[in-house]
Design a protein around this ligand. Structure first.
Ligand code: SF4
Length: 379
């Protein structure tokens, strides 16, 4: 078979550069995916963050005309922090999901793929390739499934037998034919825990996600967070790991194989109140290297305000009043007004009424009205 020895050499090399799993697949179109993606689109279940057209997501040849095979890789990340930080009244903390721990995985995975690319290019004249990590259009889970990295699970993630679903995926389309690896057998069996325990019912069927209902997606939007999700996001600033945490295939799995993916507790569980007044520059310096900062500061601040409301953190009220009065962003003013009402410090409702006299944005006024309704409930 073509390039059998080269494949073995690539596998050996991949181990020396910290690639935790590698698989090879033919670069045929992912025809079976097309209908599924179309159905998702028609049902309105997409997040809007998807890249490219359905054809671009399923046809490797659109990215590399001579596509013969795809090399898929997985990099394992930790599920537990080695150091803990206290989350106490007066100094409440928010949380970034595991996929945002350490250095932004896009860089980490891309760097490994580039090393692999350089290695193969040094071995094969005329080698051509195209690297993709999440931001590429090709559906990386479908590639990983075909290349035998893991099975496509009911929670819509790829689960590897070795590292569970705590893996980052990346792939490289190449113009070389390689012997293909076998797919991993489905390991979900009769289990439906992720579906049963999803707090919003976002997993509408095995392997089918309504992204609009997914809390991980909702933490990344820039507008007002719909009321139905505000309590449910708890203290989550970015992402939501529930469907990974409840999965029995992840039980006991905690891979600490890459120092650059180790979480800094002060970054991944930051104090909430200082986040409310952080400048753009400080935000970039502090969080700019994390995957969870890709949507900028506003969604993180909005979620921090909601988290403080969920904690009923009275020490945040003065800062929230300042935001309600002075912040130029309606989403922040309005969410702050709602949070002030929800926290319910007795002297704070008057602040909402006063701000309402000069507020002109109808959405902010609506949030102020919601905030004042908590007073009626309390009395
Ligand atoms: Fe599969 Fe159960 Fe894990 Fe869901 S919780 S992904 S059904 S094994």
């Amino acid at each position: 078979m073509a390039n059998e020895q080269l494949k073995q050499d690539i596998i050996e090399y991949s181990k020396t550069i910290g690639i935790d799993k590698i698989g090879f697949a033919a670069a045929n179109p992912f025809s079976e995916m097309k209908a599924r993606l179309k159905a998702q689109q028609d049902a309105g279940y997409q997040s809007g963050f998807e890249k490219g057209t359905i054809e671009e997501r399923t046809e490797p040849e659109l990215h590399l005309t001579e596509a013969e095979s795809i090399i898929a890789i997985a990099i394992a990340y930790p599920s537990k922090m080695r150091e803990r930080v206290k989350n106490e009244r007066g100094k409440r903390r928010g949380t970034f999901c595991r996929a945002s721990w350490g250095t932004d995985y896009h860089y980490v995975v891309r760097e490994k793929l580039e090393m692999l690319e350089t290695y193969i290019a040094s071995r094969v004249p005329g080698f051509r390739s195209k690297i993709m990590v999440d931001t590429g259009e090709l559906a990386d889970k479908a590639v990983a499934e075909r290349a035998g990295i893991g099975w496509s699970a009911k929670n819509t993630l790829i689960i590897t037998p070795e590292f569970g679903s705590y893996v980052y995926l990346g792939e490289m389309i190449t113009n070389l034919p390689f012997p293909a690896d076998e797919e991993v057998e489905d390991g979900c069996g009769d289990c439906t825990l992720c579906i049963d325990l999803c707090p919003t019912g976002a997993l509408v069927a095995p392997g089918r996600l309504n992204a609009q209902m997914c809390l991980a997606y909702q933490t990344q939007t820039k507008g007002f967070l719909p009321d139905q999700f505000r309590k449910k996001i708890g203290n989550h600033l970015y992402g939501f790991d529930n469907c990974q945490v409840v999965c029995p295939k992840n039980r006991g799995i905690d891979s600490h194989l890459h120092p650059e993916l180790e979480p800094d507790p002060e970054l991944v569980k930051p104090e909430l109140i200082p986040l409310l007044s952080i400048s753009n520059r400080e935000f970039k310096e502090k969080f700019g290297n994390m995957a969870g900062s890709w949507r900028g500061k506003k969604p993180i601040q909005r979620n921090a305000i909601i988290a403080l409301a969920n904690y009923k953190e009275e020490s945040a009220v003065d800062e929230l009043i300042r935001l309600m009065n002075d912040d130029p962003r309606p989403v922040i003013r309005g969410t702050a007004a709602w949070a002030i009402g929800k926290i319910g410090r007795s002297d704070s409702y008057q602040a909402i009424r006063t701000a309402m006299e000069t507020e002109t944005d109808p959405e902010v006024i609506e949030e102020m009205e919601k905030g004042l309704r908590f007073e009626q409930v309390a009395t």
